[in-house]
Structure formats: C-alpha cells, structure tokens
Design a protein around this ligand. Structure first.
Ligand SMILES: Nc1ncnc2c1ncn2[C@@H]1O[C@H](COP(=O)(O)OP(=O)(O)O)[C@@H](O)[C@H]1O
Ligand SMILES: [Mg+2]
Length: 367
C-alpha cells in the first residue's frame, strides 16, 4: 500500500470573502478521497493567524451553515521557510506537528488568492494547488490584468483606473466621456462583488468611487456592458483544457454580493450555457488564451460578457474560484465529465507536477 498524501487544506483568511471560503473548504474536505489523502485542516482567522482544526465548526447559536474558524492558542501554527520538507510547526509548543506533501489553498480574495499566501508556500517549499505568486497577484488586480489582456489582444470593456492619491482631482465628466453610462465602479483587488456599484447618472459617480475606495487604494470605472455573463473553467498547467461554458443570469441589476451568497433566487447559475457551437469554441479558446496570458497554473474560472452581436469581452479571471457543490467551476467540470472528487485529484496532481518541474530550474550558476 502506498502512503497517503498528506494534504493541508487552508481556509478562512483575512479577506471579506472569509465566510465564502469556509463554505468552499467544507465541500473540498468532505469530497477528498480519504483512502488517498490524509487531510490536515488549517483555518485562518480574520486576523490572519493559522490554527489546526478538527473540523470546520458551526458558529454556536447561529443557524446551520454559519461556519467559523476555532482558535485555541495551542493549535496556533505556521509553515516554516527553508526546510526540505514543509513543516507545520506549533507557535506555542515550538514543536513540529506534521509535514505536508501539498497544500490546497481554498482562500478567496486578498491575502489568499492574490499571491501573498502563494509566496509563503513557495518559501516553505511545498507544492500547492493553483497559480504561482505573480499570476495570482495579476489576476487579482483588475487593473493590471486588463492591461495585460489588452496587450495580448483579448477584448475588454473600456476602463479608467483611479488611485486614492488622485481622488481630489478627478473629473467626473471626463471619466463618463471615456467609459459612458451606465458604468461600473469597483475596487481593483477584491471579489464577490464587494464594493461594486452600477452608476447610471453623473451625480452618483463620486459616491460610488468613494465606496469602492473603502476597499482598496485603487479602483476602476468601467463601461457597463449589456450582455450575457458567460463563464468557463480551465484546468491544467502547460497544456490546459477548457470546460463547457456556463452562464450566470442575475435577477437584480447585476450579480451582487447578496445574489452570490445570500439570496437563493438572486441569480440563475447554469452549468451549460445555451450557446451555438461556434461561440462555445470561441469562449473556450479565449479562456485558454487568458489562462496562458496570465501564466496561470492548475485552475481558473474565466468570466466573460457576451454581447448580442457575438462580441466576447473578458471580465475577469479567478485563480481560486468558489468550490461549494453549487459553485460554477466544479459544476462546469461536472457537466464536462470531470466529477468533483476527480477534479480535486487532478488539481493535486497538477500541483505536484508543477512543483517537480520547478525544482529543475537553476537558481544559481553553480547549481
Ligand atoms: N463592466 C461591466 N459591465 C456590466 N456588468 C458588470 C461590469 N463589471 C461588473 N459587472 C457586474 O458586476 C459583477 C461583479 O463584477 P466583477 O468584476 O466580476 O467583480 P468580482 O470580482 O467581485 O466578481 C459581474 O458579475 C457583473 O454582474
Ligand atoms: Mg466576478
């Protein structure tokens, strides 16, 4: 019998998407094949501290489904840079708790999906699921990723970037001249529609900019696109494949935070979008092109707008997509013939392969 792979599942974290991450992680942990994996649960609390968990606990006295990271100082842990095997070490006991063969970061948004945790895992010499430091950071940043997409000839909505330092000097009229109305105002580095507002008149623009600026030092104002929201899963490293495209049909003005997580009627989430074959092909090709442009690894969910005239525009690319049973990424793969547990197996395999490949890269001329 071969030894089980010891996998650390990381969840929670310091972002506004903490709660979503717990939901995703619970599904991942349940679905991992326990014959193949020994699963170590590592919860990150809202301050960013890591704790070993027995299970993802329900919040006491709350309705079922409200999950939390439990924090006992005795279980406070970290991974340690510079070791040949990744050590999970107790910060109070100063003792080695376990080694890890691979980490699956199921953490969304800043301090999780944005390259920061990826950097820590890289320093700790552990294979991890998903994209590396730079691609994670680039895909998190809606401004930088749009610039790179534009450079690669991937169509995107018109946009204007505003930094906090320039807030006092912005000219609403000029912005609207560039992107038109309605427009969308959003923080550059966030997710789950947090801080996003649709603006229909010039008078609403400043308030929307200030709201978005609560969540970041940089925000975007984008041309409002009238079209369908089409999403596509990508899986692989150097030779990635695309899933069947799915569709989100928001019931409100747009796909809001409430619609994503609180209102079951908020949006229709369709795993297989009703699209002609030529558009399906175009979506898949563009999804793979975006994945390669941003140098992603493992997985990504690539989100598009499809206009009535057939034009496809890239909206964004998510390097750690939602992983609940009803999340679009696993659903699109299920519809493409890759079930949830198999999807996890493949992602873990891809993480190990990428890690092994990286070991062959010289870091000094003497190596
Ligand atoms: N330029 C746009 N035109 C039309 N709708 C938009 C635009 N930007 C965002 N939206 C709407 O807002 C939602 C969230 O925006 P998105 O950029 O995907 O941010 P997040 O990373 O929070 O998901 C989209 O799913 C869509 O419904
Ligand atoms: Mg989105």
């Amino acid at each position: 019998m071969t030894a089980k792979i010891r996998i650390g599942v990381l969840f929670g974290g310091k972002s506004a998407e903490h709660d979503v991450s717990l939901q995703s992680a619970r599904n991942v942990i349940n679905a991992l094949d326990k014959k193949k994996y020994e699963v170590i649960l590592i919860g990150i609390d809202k301050r960013g501290q890591w704790y070993i968990q027995e299970a993802i606990a329900n919040i006491p006295h709350q309705q079922p489904g409200q999950l939390t990271v439990t924090t006992h100082l005795n279980d406070w842990v970290t991974i340690v840079p510079g070791q040949s095997h990744t050590l999970l070490t107790g910060l109070m006991s100063k003792e080695q708790i376990t080694t890890l063969d691979v980490i699956f970061p199921v953490v969304h948004g800043p301090y999780g999906e944005d390259g920061t945790i990826q950097g820590l895992m890289k320093l700790a010499n552990v294979p991890f699921v998903g994209s590396d430091v730079l691609s994670s950071a680039v895909c998190m940043d809606k401004d930088i990723s749009k610039r790179l997409a534009r450079d690669a000839g991937i169509p995107i909505p018109k946009f204007v970037t505003i930094y906090r330092r320039d807030l006092a000097n912005i000219k609403e009229e000029q912005i609207i001249k560039e992107v038109g109305l309605p427009c969308f105002v959003k923080p550059a580095n966030l997710g789950s529609s947090i801080g996003i507002n649709k603006v229909k008149t010039k008078t609403e623009l400043r308030a929307a900019i200030e709201k978005a600026m609560l969540f970041d030092n940089k925000i975007l104002v984008e041309e409002g696109i009238e079209g369908r929201e089409i999403e596509c899963g990508v899986l692989g490293n150097d030779d990635p494949i695309a899933s069947v495209p799915g569709e989100i049909i928001p019931k409100a003005e747009f796909y809001t935070y409430e619609a994503k997580y609180f209102d079951p009627e908020g949006a229709e989430v369709i795993a297989v979008a009703d699209l002609p074959a030529d558009i399906v092909k175009k979506v898949q090709e563009l999804a793979i092109k975006a994945f390669k442009t941003f140098d992603c690894d493992g997985m990504a969910r690539v989100d598009f707008f499809l206009k009535k005239d057939g034009t496809l525009l890239l909206n964004e690319i998510n390097t750690i997509p939602g992983f609940t049973r009803i999340s679009q990424y696993p659903k699109m793969w299920e519809a493409s013939g890759v079930g949830y547990t198999e999807l996890l197996d493949r992602l873990i395999q891809l993480a190990m392969e990428k890690f092994d490949q990286r070991q062959t890269i010289k870091v000094s001329p003497e190596d």
